[in-house]
Ligand binder design. Structure first.
Ligand code: SF4
Length: 171
């Protein structure tokens, strides 16, 4: 059975920086959970960060400030007070990839907007609430490894991809 790596906070686990969850009540997630497909994971907590923790954003002097540039060493993840938390974010990303590989997951549903889990938009590093197109650190690493990442608003697309994977693995 195809497994799905999923941000733990989307399933109601209070692991976010503010000590809360971001639970999504959706029939697809409920079905996948009942089928035993979900592999809940929080890269930031697994990477060694506490709950709660100061919010962090991806910052850098280059034009590109996203998870891929963090992996390439041209951007950092910092808190508003300037503490560099890049190492924990990169460690968490690698642990997420390990969890996906261990379970055989070829897709993931991760929380949009997070410096770890975003797939479309990240905050721009100014702590002003502005976002910019880009992926989080974990998403960038998963996608480099060939794992497709969807956000919580793309569950129908994730379901379509899941059935594509299941159909192709029957042949
Ligand atoms: Fe949720 Fe991902 Fe942030 Fe963990 S790192 S709290 S799973 S969005």
């Amino acid at each position: 059975m195809e497994k799905i790596l999923v941000s733990a906070c989307l399933l109601g686990t209070p692991v976010r920086y503010d000590g809360r969850a971001k639970r999504v009540d959706d029939r697809l997630l409920a079905r996948w959970r009942a089928e035993g497909r979900l592999v809940p994971f929080c890269p930031e907590v697994s990477g060694g960060l506490a709950v709660p923790r100061p919010p962090a954003e991806i910052a850098g002097s280059g034009p590109s400030r996203d998870g891929a540039s963090v992996l390439d060493g041209t951007a950092k993840v910092v808190t508003e007070s300037g503490t560099d938390v890049t190492e924990a974010f990169v460690r968490g990303a690698h642990l997420a990839l390990e969890a996906a590989r261990r379970s055989g997951a070829r897709l993931a549903v991760l929380k949009e907007g997070s410096p770890s889990c975003a797939s479309r938009r990240v905050y721009d590093g100014t702590f002003s609430g502005r976002s910019t197109p880009g992926q989080g650190v974990t998403t960038a690493l998963l996608e480099r490894a060939g794992i497709r990442v969807f956000n919580e608003d793309e569950l129908e697309s994730a379901a379509a991809y899941l059935s594509e994977l299941e159909t192709s693995s029957k042949f």
